[in-house]
Structures are given as structure tokens and as C-alpha cells.
Ligand binder design. Structure first.
Ligand code: GLV
Ligand code: MN
Ligand code: MN
Length: 419
């Protein structure tokens, strides 16, 4: 019998199991706002990890966990087959605060659906297929974001990544130990052949244009800062305005500056998502104001310019207002361009399936932008209703989810076909 004859069963997407698993995972860490909160390496995220590992084992995948908690489910390739580097499919299962059901989980569980299709058909890929779930993609609890994939790609050492602490001073290492996901393997323990990530768009473009598939050519650059103004606490009723060192005013002016900077650039986005004032009383001039700034731009030049302008503005303002200011870098990633040949393959696959598509750049950060450092990488997007994400209202229609998963399956099938 020719070797090819062993692999005759067609691969089929089990859409019902995919949708069921998405729903089950979405119920883990459910919160009173109607969303789910599974911050990286938290107890709730640990429960999500346990579920994922159980589902990987049901498919007889070999589960491997590296020292920064990245989870890999390995479907071995043909013995004596083409060998070669694994095709990695994946994303993340940690969430932001009160997240929607699909951000990250869709990519991981669709990757699992690809492995399931091989198992159900009794087929063995010519080279290994790996289902990956990376640690701390969201960056809400630990910074920088995409920490697990950054480490896997060699952008930060495991020691440095494990030493990162959350706002309560708890390290990633302690947190992973607590949930039992401080694995034995060195991050980056294998070299992927390619990486493909399926994700909800999280923006309005596909939904507005009535298209099924986004062929993602790259990701815009990201810059995160923690800005702290320090002034003098004093009485709100007795201190003349000209004599104040008001840290809250420093923060407010800088926040407005960031919005104006974004508006004048046209492509830059600026967000202040956290803000705290100390001591925090109605009748005390704030002695300290701390906020985060999230700046993004598809152009590295404009992103660097925005970084410089923010810093210069905050420093000039501090000196004029009798304040001290510090700007601490939390994350900085340049824009990334994905593999043109993988994008073409995704595009061709969507066309063969009769699905409409367009090329686009991702506004959100993704593990794919880290994996692109070490192997040919691309992403597939499906529409997000109303462009809403990082919210319990995040929604993608079932048909769109399954269309995206089908594109992932068929693209993977082509990549895993024998030469
Ligand atoms: C991750 O979701 C990000 O883009 O912040
Ligand atoms: Mn995501
Ligand atoms: Mn996200």
C-alpha cells in the first residue's frame, strides 16, 4: 500500500463541539457584569487551563507546559514521515476584566478543532501539529502584554518574565506555581515551522463591510506607559490656585494632551484606561496621580514621535506646575508585518470556500506578533458585531465563527500536506 492511501478520510470540522467548548470556557470566571474575568495565572484562569488540558488529553494530544506557563498540545506527525518543524495554531485563554467570550479562546479552541478533525478522520499529519495557549496575552495583570509568546520567541528571558509582578507585588512565578502551571520546559523548546492564529477582529471593519474573513497582514505598534505625577497634598478650601502643586491637574492635562495628539495625527490612538489619585478625598489636593497610557500606531515613526511628545509634554507641565513626573515603560512593540505567502494561502483558502475576504492590519495586539519573530506567521479574522470587544457585549455570529474555523482547518490541511 502506498503511504498516501493511509490518509484518505476527509477532514471535517466538528462545529458543534467547537461552539459548545467556547460556551463552556466562556462560563469559567463569570463575573457580575455579565462577562468573564480570567486574569493571567489567576485561580479562574487556572480553571480554564485545566479544562483546556482535559480537552487536549481527550484528543490524545501530548500536553507540554513550559516554565512561563505556555501550554502546548502536540499531535505527533507521521513516523518516518516528512518530519520537519511543527505547524503551531493557537492564541490565549487569559482575559481582560469582564471580557467577551471569544477573544483568544476562539483561536485556541479552533486550533483544537483542527486537531480533532485529524483524530476523527484517523489521519496523521506529515509533521507535528501543535495547539498553543500562551500566558498573559492581555497584559492586564502582568506587563508587558503577550508575555508568554514574547518569552517563547526569545524576546525576554524566562527568569525576567517570571520575576514580573502584578499590582499587589505577586510574581508571575508565584502565581503559576499556585495554579500548577510552572512547567518544566524551557520556553522556546521547539522551533515552529509556521504560526497561524484565528481571532475575532475586535474592530468594526468586517462587520461594517459585510465580509466574512479578514486576512491579517500585520499588527500596529504598541506603547504602554505608567505615568506618575507627584505634588503636595493640601487643603482644598484654603490653598490659592496659584500656590498648588496638584498632581491630579497634571494627570488631567496630560490625558487631554494625549487625545489631542491622537486627533492631530490621524493614525495614532491614545487611551488612558487606569487612573488613581492619592490620598483620594473630596477636600484634599491630590499629592499623587498615577495613570496608564496605551498608544498605538501602524507607523513606527509616528509611534516613536507620539512617545517623545507625551514625555516632553508631561515633563514641561511638571516643571511649570511644581510637580515631579516619572514615565515608566510597561510595553513597547514595533509594528509587525506577517508572511505574504501565508496571507496569500489564507486568502486563496477563503476564496475556495466561497467566503468574502479583505486584507487588513490588526489594531489589537496578538501572540502572532511575537511568533512572527521566529517563523512565518499570519492571522485570520472573523467579524465582531458592532466592532465591540474587551466587553461582555463582544459577539460573533455562529456562522462567522464556523467560517473562520473552516478557513483555519483548510489552511492547516494544505500546510500539513505532504510534499
Ligand atoms: C490585547 O488584547 C490588546 O490589544 O491590548
Ligand atoms: Mn486576544
Ligand atoms: Mn484582548
Amino acid at each position: 500500500m502506498k503511504k498516501d492511501d493511509q490518509n484518505v478520510q476527509p477532514l471535517r470540522l466538528d462545529g458543534q463541539t467547537l461552539v459548545d467548548q467556547l460556551q463552556i470556557l466562556a462560563s469559567v470566571g463569570s463575573d457580575p457584569r455579565g462577562g468573564r474575568t480570567r486574569l493571567a495565572a489567576s485561580k479562574e484562569e487556572g480553571e480554564g487551563r485545566d479544562l483546556l488540558v482535559e480537552w487536549m488529553k481527550e484528543l490524545d494530544l501530548e500536553v507540554k507546559v513550559d516554565s512561563v506557563g505556555n501550554i502546548f498540545g502536540l499531535l505527533h506527525g507521521e513516523e518516518g514521515g516528512a518530519g520537519g518543524s511543527p505547524l503551531v495554531l493557537g492564541s490565549h485563554i487569559d482575559t481582560v476584566i469582564s471580557a467577551g467570550p471569544y477573544d483568544g479562546c476562539f483561536g485556541v479552541l479552533s486550533a483544537l478543532a483542527v486537531a480533532r478533525a485529524f483524530r476523527t478522520a484517523g489521519r496523521t499529519p506529515s509533521r507535528p501539529l501543535v495547539v498553543a495557549a500562551f500566558t498573559n496575552e492581555e497584559g492586564v495583570r502582568f506587563q508587558p502584554d503577550m508575555l508568554g509568546s514574547l518569552c517563547f520567541a526569545g524576546g525576554i528571558s524566562p527568569e525576567e518574565a517570571l520575576a514580573v509582578t502584578d499590582s499587589h507585588g505577586v510574581s508571575l512565578e508565584e502565581s503559576l506555581k499556585e495554579i500548577g502551571y510552572n512547567g518544566p520546559l524551557t520556553s522556546g523548546f521547539f522551533a515552529p515551522g509556521e504560526y497561524l492564529e484565528l481571532h475575532v477582529e475586535q474592530g468594526p471593519i468586517l462587520d461594517r463591510e459585510g465580509l466574512s474573513i479578514g486576512v491579517v497582514e500585520g499588527v500596529q505598534g504598541i506603547s504602554w506607559w505608567r505615568v506618575a505625577f507627584r505634588g503636595k497634598a493640601n487643603h482644598a478650601g484654603t490653598t490659592p490656585t496659584a500656590l498648588r502643586s496638584d498632581a491630579g491637574y497634571g494627570a488631567a492635562r496630560t490625558i487631554v494632551f494625549l487625545r489631542e495628539l491622537a486627533l492631530s495625527s490621524g493614525t495614532t490612538l491614545g487611551t488612558v484606561g487606569t487612573l488613581s489619585l492619592e490620598p483620594g478625598a473630596v477636600n484634599i489636593i491630590p499629592s499623587k496621580a498615577v495613570f496608564t497610557a496605551d498608544i498605538r500606531d501602524p507607523s513606527e515613526e509616528r509611534l516613536a514621535e507620539a512617545d517623545d511628545k507625551l514625555k516632553a509634554f508631561a515633563e514641561e507641565l511638571a516643571s511649570a506646575e511644581g510637580l515631579e513626573v516619572t514615565l515608566e515603560r510597561l510595553a513597547r512593540f514595533s509594528p509587525v508585518v506577517f508572511s505574504q505567502s501565508l496571507c496569500a494561502l489564507v486568502e486563496e483558502t477563503a476564496r475556495e470556500l466561497g467566503l468574502s475576504s479583505r486584507r487588513m492590519t490588526s489594531g489589537a495586539g496578538h501572540d502572532a506578533q511575537m511568533m512572527a519573530r521566529i517563523c512565518p506567521t499570519a492571522m485570520i479574522f472573523v467579524p465582531s458585531r458592532g466592532g465591540i470587544s474587551h466587553s461582555p457585549d463582544e459577539h460573533t455570529d455562529r456562522a462567522d465563527l464556523l467560517a473562520g474555523a473552516e478557513v483555519l482547518l483548510r489552511t492547516a490541511e494544505k500546510l500539513l500536506a505532504k510534499e
